[in-house]
Design a binder for this molecule. Structure first.
Ligand code: PLP
Length: 472
């Protein structure tokens, strides 16, 4: 499935692993990376597959199952390494990798440590990064020139906030349900560069859930003024799981000359994405949550036509002159500076983690983002329906599909969210989390419904909450 233009053994890590046992260097194909090791090539077909090579393929993973096809989704849930008995319902914080992704990352790490030279020539090379950016761009509805690979959402939020050229007195607008990964860079920049800040107050209960997307549009409309230059907000609030009307808000901002950076920590891998359709200027996303890739993987999207306004200040990209004082830049740098790749260079990269990003894209493409979103929505609807039937449960997330997806936020009367977490964990082996910001009167439980969760696990969660609510 990979389109990567390098040694085919890298696309089949079972072979790669075998190579490492036999000595990678001796098997490097001269055609692989544009950096031939003369006289060392051994045809790939001579590499034997052995019985203990256990890297899973996608053959046994169903393709695009219907949301209620429980037996197919049980097979998908079986792809994960999650230990028996544990109900893992916190993908909103971290999405554990299924074997398909995990094993590819481990194989890459093994190769890196067993033969770094061959690894760098065959894997850690431009062809791989170019192909990965391209694959990622097509997955999120962007041009490949608009994608920078990075480490997490916060990286992108920082790059956006510090990169935009601003004058003292210019205003940055954000909400009080944003994550600190987005709001703290704003506080820091405003402090250093004498910028103004405006907080859109969405703490009122009428926003959780809102009657309709208009509630948010009205609040954003009222906040933007001629001083506003940058608007930062979440695609999905991590607090309550509510989806914001990103397209309408970005349209409104653009009409007023306000740049938008959308904190996309939650949607990638949960919902099918089309960034061009959303119309934001910038979007920061992780791969370690719903995409199920390695920790410390993510991307930063910057629309082609605004890249000249976002400086690559947090990178080693040269500002139009080389390190020796001259104005000539290598062809490589010149090319980089013309695309979002200019937001990338920050020293050495964790390539095995990038291999996990590549595998995550293949895994999601195989299941299809549409089927994953439908399944997540199906599980979340089941959970919400069950919670509504329990006395004392209060839900903070909408039934309107435009306004909620796979995160379900709720409280149980007379039980502190941290206590409920602890009881679910200690008595039932169920992992959900609380989101607590007492400054804005926010203290709820939050469950993530992703593809490693089975229907019986949702029933178990509901049964456990009902039992706990009765005892309260
Ligand atoms: C809305 C939101 N923004 C930012 C972050 C930080 O994400 P990352 O760890 O990818 O930087 C999170 C993490 O949970 C989040 O939910």
């Amino acid at each position: 499935m990979s389109e990567l233009n390098f040694d085919p053994r890298v696309e089949d890590p079972r072979k790669l692993r075998d190579v490492s046992r036999r000595g990678f260097l001796g098997l490097v194909s001269g055609a692989a990376a544009g950096l031939p090791l003369a006289g060392c090539a051994v045809p790939a077909e001579t590499v034997a597959e052995t019985a203990d090579d256990a890297i899973p393929t996608l053959e046994s993973t169903p393709r695009a199952p219907a949301p209620d096809d429980s037996s197919a989704w049980d097979v998908v849930a079986g792809d994960f390494l999650i230990r028996d008995g544990l109900s893992y319902m916190n993908t909103g914080t971290r999405g554990p990798s299924p074997r398909y992704i995990h094993e590819r990352q481990v194989a890459a790490l093994t190769e890196l440590n067993s033969d770094y030279l061959s690894f760098t020539r065959n894997v850690h090379n431009d062809d791989f990064q170019v192909a990965l950016r391209k694959k990622l761009a097509s997955f999120v509805g962007a041009n490949e020139t608009e994608i920078a690979l990075n480490n997490n959402t916060t990286d992108g939020m920082i790059a956006a906030t510090w990169g935009l050229k601003l004058e003292p007195g210019d205003e940055i607008v954000y909400t009080n349900h944003d994550h600190s990964g987005g709001s703290h860079p704003i506080l820091n920049r405003a402090h250093r560069d004498s910028l103004s800040m405006k907080i859109i107050d969405v703490a009122d209960r009428k926003f959780h859930p809102a009657d309709g997307p208009e509630e948010y549009i009205k609040a954003f409309d009222a906040a933007l003024t001629s001083k506003s230059k940058l608007l930062s907000f979440c695609h999905i609030n991590y607090t309550d799981g509510g989806i914001l009307p990103v397209k309408e808000i970005c349209e409104m901002a653009r009409a007023r000359g306000v740049m938008t950076i959308v904190d996309g920590a939650q949607p990638p891998g949960m919902m099918a994405l089309d960034l061009h359709d959303l119309g934001c200027d910038m979007y920061a996303g992780p791969f370690h949550k719903w995409m199920l890739s390695s920790m410390y993987t993510g991307f930063f999207y910057v629309r082609d036509d605004v890249q000249d306004r976002i400086e690559p200040v947090l990178t080693t990209s040269p500002p139009g002159r080389n390190m020796y004082g001259g104005t000539e830049l290598s062809e490589r740098w010149q090319k980089r500076l013309q695309t979002a790749e200019k937001y990338e260079p920050r020293g050495s990269v964790n390539m095995p983690a990038r291999m996990a990003m590549d595998a995550a894209l293949d895994y999601h493409t195989h299941l299809t983002p549409q089927a994953i979103e439908a399944r997540d929505r199906y599980l979340a609807a089941k959970l919400r329906a069950g919670l509504r039937a329990i006395d004392g449960v209060d839900l903070f997330v909408s039934e309107d599909p435009r306004m909620s997806c796979a995160l379900v936020s709720f409280t149980v009367k007379d039980i502190k969210p941290t206590d409920l977490n602890a009881m679910l964990w200690e008595r039932h082996d169920i992992y959900i989390r609380n989101v607590t910001h007492l400054e804005v009167d926010w203290d709820v439980n939050r469950a993530s419904m992703h593809i490693m969760v089975t229907e019986p696990q949702v029933d178990d969660l509901l049964g456990a909450i009902e039992e706990i609510a009765k005892q309260a």
